[in-house]
Ligand binder design. Structure first.
Ligand code: PMP
Length: 381
């Protein structure tokens, strides 16, 4: 495999690559004029939820890192840019070569965006169970979408992507084992958070994120351990799939972490979190104590919190952001008053229109709306 040894990359005797690998200059200033959509990846806003308000019912300050503000609508735009530009830099991706990647959708949309802008055909392999809007968005961006049987889970998606890459000579970044996935968060997301807190002279006490591939956890976590060692790092997982909590170690056959389904995994509602195996980037984070605690979230709590965030704060987030926030609120209840907690909001709510998150949101006029409509006579124009 191309870049599959996080152990090597992150060991102290191996020099980390520098930002010069990226050919896209990631701007610190979103208000300036950009050469391409790719320059607008990253530098996402952080929004404060003060204590004792409708959404934040705790004595702590919550700070939301809105990854939904990336151009493709999710945190995975960072990964897509990084893996493609690493592959270009190391000469693994030929001009016009087809790129293939397995994804629950957000990586797929980020990849489709990066590949469209750079002129690479893109094929996404995704289980049929992920939301229809994700498929449509990718196809709208010019990608092809190969659907796999949900019963074959995440493992099945990744194996299919590998098989198709081998058969057709496609370039397969393998986000689950690609160090560039964590590296980009160590280079961008982590510093963005630390710099924002330094600029406001605030202490950065806690950081809460989830894991899918583990790129966010490992990259941001590793940066915080260096640049803000007092910050406690918490990782969320679905209560239906307590894989990290179980502490069952994964024995990795060489270069194939995705071939080891985890015994305590059960289907869950948190799209983008915890596929049915522990990726090698997550194992590395565990072995190197990159996080301090594991928090559990139920699908209903995640959805309720996402809805509260929309209604009370005007912030659109997916089930994933609602899940991180729900876990952060439970955590904050146990913290000293005035603690500062950063919470990742990985994607936007618009990606969930066909999912249970929007199940109770009617498309037709409600009785109350009809009453308002009928409260004046309709005057035809
Ligand atoms: N939330 C959502 C909605 C996601 O799509 C993902 C990525 N699959 C994550 C969280 C987790 O991010 P990472 O892959 O960096 O662990």
């Amino acid at each position: 495999m191309l870049f599959c040894n996080p152990f090597k990359l992150f060991s102290s005797d191996v020099e980390s690559p520098t930002n010069s690998i990226l050919t896209t200059s990631l701007s610190k200033q979103r208000s300036s004029i950009h050469g391409s959509i790719l320059e607008t990846v990253g530098s996402t806003p952080i929004v404060h939820l003060p204590p004792n308000t409708k959404t934040n019912t705790t004595d702590s300050n919550l700070y939301l890192k809105l990854e939904s503000e990336n151009p493709g609508g999710s945190v995975k735009d960072r990964l897509a840019l990084a893996v493609i530009e690493w592959a270009e830099h190391f000469g693994h991706l030929k001009k016009g070569q087809t790129v293939i990647e397995a994804s629950s959708g957000n990586t797929g949309i980020g990849m489709a965006m990066v590949c469209a802008q750079k002129g690479y055909p893109y094929v996404c392999v995704m289980a049929e169970s992920f939301s229809i809007e994700r498929r449509k968005l990718m196809r709208f961006l010019g990608a092809k979408v190969i659907l796999t049987n949900p019963a074959h889970k995440g493992t099945g998606m990744v194996i299919k992507a590998k098989e198709l890459a081998d058969k057709h000579g496609y370039f397969w970044p393998n986000q689950f084992e690609n160090e560039a996935n964590a590296w980009i968060h160590e280079e961008t997301t982590g510093p963005e958070i630390v710099n924002a807190f330094k600029a406001s002279s605030l202490s950065l006490d806690h950081f809460v994120c989830s894991y899918g591939t583990g790129g966010t956890l490992l990259g941001v976590g590793k940066y915080l351990r260096k640049a803000s060692p007092k910050t406690k790092i918490h990782v969320c997982e679905p209560s239906n799939a307590p894989m990290l909590y179980s502490e069952i170690p994964t024995e990795y056959p060489p270069e194939t972490s995705f071939k080891v389904p985890h015994p305590v995994w059960r289907p869950h509602l948190l799209q983008g979190w915890a596929t049915d195996f522990i990726p090698i980037l997550v194992s590395y984070a565990t072995e190197n104590k990159v996080y301090d605690s594991v928090l559990h979230v139920g699908g209903k709590d995640a959805m309720d919190t996402s809805q509260r965030l929309a209604v009370n704060e005007g912030i659109l987030s997916g089930t994933s952001g609602g899940g991180c926030l729900s876990a952060a609120i439970e955590l904050a209840k146990t913290l000293p008053a005035g603690s500062n907690v950063v919470v990742m909001i990985p994607d936007t709510g618009e990606r969930y229109l066909s999912t249970p998150l929007f199940e109770n949101i009617p498309a037709d006029m409600t009785e109350e709306e009809k009453e308002i409509a009928n409260s004046t006579p309709s005057t035809p124009p």
